[in-house]
Design a protein around this ligand. Structure first.
Ligand SMILES: C[S@@+](CC[C@H](N)C(=O)[O-])C[C@H]1O[C@@H](n2cnc3c(N)ncnc32)[C@H](O)[C@@H]1O
Length: 433
């Protein structure tokens, strides 16, 4: 396909997402199934236009003077492919599949518009109602922080030390220019997509099949590291989902001690069986959601709550979620977070730890939930540990690469794409004293 056909396809997919409010991945997949002539390069290029358009929907709309699918798709091509309008015109010339070019004055407006003159939420590329929530969490820099959530993300992997080491993984993925991550000790990074390219499908690599690495954002790896799971400990991963954190903890604990992996949703938990086997993780016991786990109350050295959340820290990867999020959905997530924290508290032994993690940057889901938990649990001995000091101990060269906030006599950590170079994550450690 030529650029014109790809642009027309991206507009079609954006129309579909808008009309049916469906996830971007589903809309792209359906388009691919209905247009089998499109090769993987075409599908990748169309995906880039669609994702970029959704990431920067408001700022592109402001600069283009309209937020329609064609406006956004053209903006994404001019910006993402760094194409001057004349170049674009030449590329589309004579292509019968190409959509009509926007008028010259609109393209000039796109080039000249100054986002400093746009309303804050537009410059930050977020819905209006979320602006105060992000400002509360991210302070004076919140617009720059939020804008970075609209950039293209890298592909992060974690070398699985139960089967390989980081150098071996990097050598195996040399054709994709894999590099060591900057912070997490086992992180391997493949840079963000440039132009019309696409990330490799690393899951078909022999190294993946052999369990040498997992796909995991470096921020998620850092959260597992900060939890401080040690060899020989009893650990409960209460929101294990497909097992990303359990797998990292199993390697961190060198397959010793015991990890109990649980989740309230059987479907989400299902892939963990195959992933554990591939990774060679032998210290993980999976608990069915129907199981009565009362026998574990008061016995855990570490209980990890990788909480259900809005996922606002992952908007680089799922930009459509940013526009679908509502106050009602945020309220629902907060109620779930309260419930899961209260349940988690029951498993922590005296002297044990409760680690709380979200991939959200919304203050109410993070420090807000910890403060509410401490109110509800008053008198039961929980206190906030100094996560900032923990970060400094583990990552002495990375001072200032996360946001450290004070909370109830301890500190909590926020990672962001702009500061940490990862997805957005929140981390707090509670100790049962
Ligand atoms: C952020 S995801 C977990 C991701 C996973 N830990 C990983 O690293 O791949 C949150 C999970 O919490 C689960 N969940 C929601 N409410 C829960 C509850 N009350 N108890 C246990 N799990 C819950 C959801 O089913 C979901 O799988």
């Amino acid at each position: 396909m030529r650029l014109g056909g790809r642009l027309a396809a991206a507009i079609e997919v954006l129309q579909d997402i808008e009309a049916r409010r469906r996830p971007v991945a589903d809309a792209l997949k359906d388009w691919g199934l209905a247009h089998r002539f499109a090769g993987s390069g075409d599908r990748g290029a169309i995906g880039n236009i669609v994702y970029d358009a959704l990431r920067r929907k408001r700022s592109y709309g402001f600069r283009m003077g309209g937020e329609g699918p064609a406006d956004l798709a053209f903006a994404a091509v001019i910006d993402g492919l760094a194409m001057a309008p004349e170049e674009l015109r030449a590329a589309l010339d004579g292509d019968r599949f190409a959509p009509e070019m926007p008028a010259a004055e609109r393209l000039e407006h796109f080039r000249a518009a100054d986002l400093a003159e746009a309303p804050d939420a537009v410059a930050a590329d977020v819905p209006d109602w979320l602006a105060p929530h992000l400002e509360a969490a991210l302070g004076d820099d919140w617009i720059a922080e939020a804008a970075e959530l609209s950039s293209r993300p890298p592909l992060d992997l974690r070398a699985n030390t139960l089967k390989a080491d980081r150098d071996k993984v990097i050598r195996a993925l040399a054709p994709f220019d894999a590099q060591p991550g900057k912070l997490a000790p086992q992180a391997v990074r493949i840079a963000a997509i440039a132009g019309a390219g696409r990330h490799p499908n690393v899951q078909i690599e022999a190294g993946f099949q052999k369990g040498w690495f997992e796909i995991q954002d470096e921020g998620s790896q850092l959260a597992a590291l900060l939890s401080g799971a040690r060899p020989g400990e009893q650990v409960l991963d209460l929101c294990a989902g497909a097992g990303g954190k359990s797998l990292a903890l199993a390697a961190q604990m060198d397959n010793t001690g015991q990890i109990h992996a649980a989740d309230s949703d059987r479907h989400r938990l299902a892939p963990i069986h195959e992933r554990l086997a591939r990774a060679g993780a032998r210290n993980v016991q999976i608990h069915d959601p129907r199981e009565d786990m009362a026998g574990l109350f008061g016995t855990m050295d570490l209980t990890l709550v990788d909480a259900p959340c809005t996922g606002s820290g992952t908007w680089r990867r799922r930009p459509d979620a940013k526009w679908r999020l509502s106050q009602a959905a945020l309220d629902k997530r907060m109620a779930e977070q309260d419930a899961v924290l209260d349940r988690a508290a029951r498993f922590v032994k005296p002297g044990g730890r409760l680690a709380y993690v979200t991939c959200s940057l919304i203050a109410e889901e993070n420090a807000g939930r910890i403060a509410a938990f401490l109110d509800r649990q008053a008198g039961k001995g929980f206190g906030v540990a100094d996560a900032g000091a923990r970060w400094a101990d583990l990552l002495p060269d990375a001072a200032g690469q996360c946001r450290v906030g004070e909370l109830s006599g301890g500190t909590v950590i926020t990672m962001t794409p702009r500061l940490t170079g990862t997805d957005g994550f929140f981390f707090a450690m509670l100790e049962k004293r």
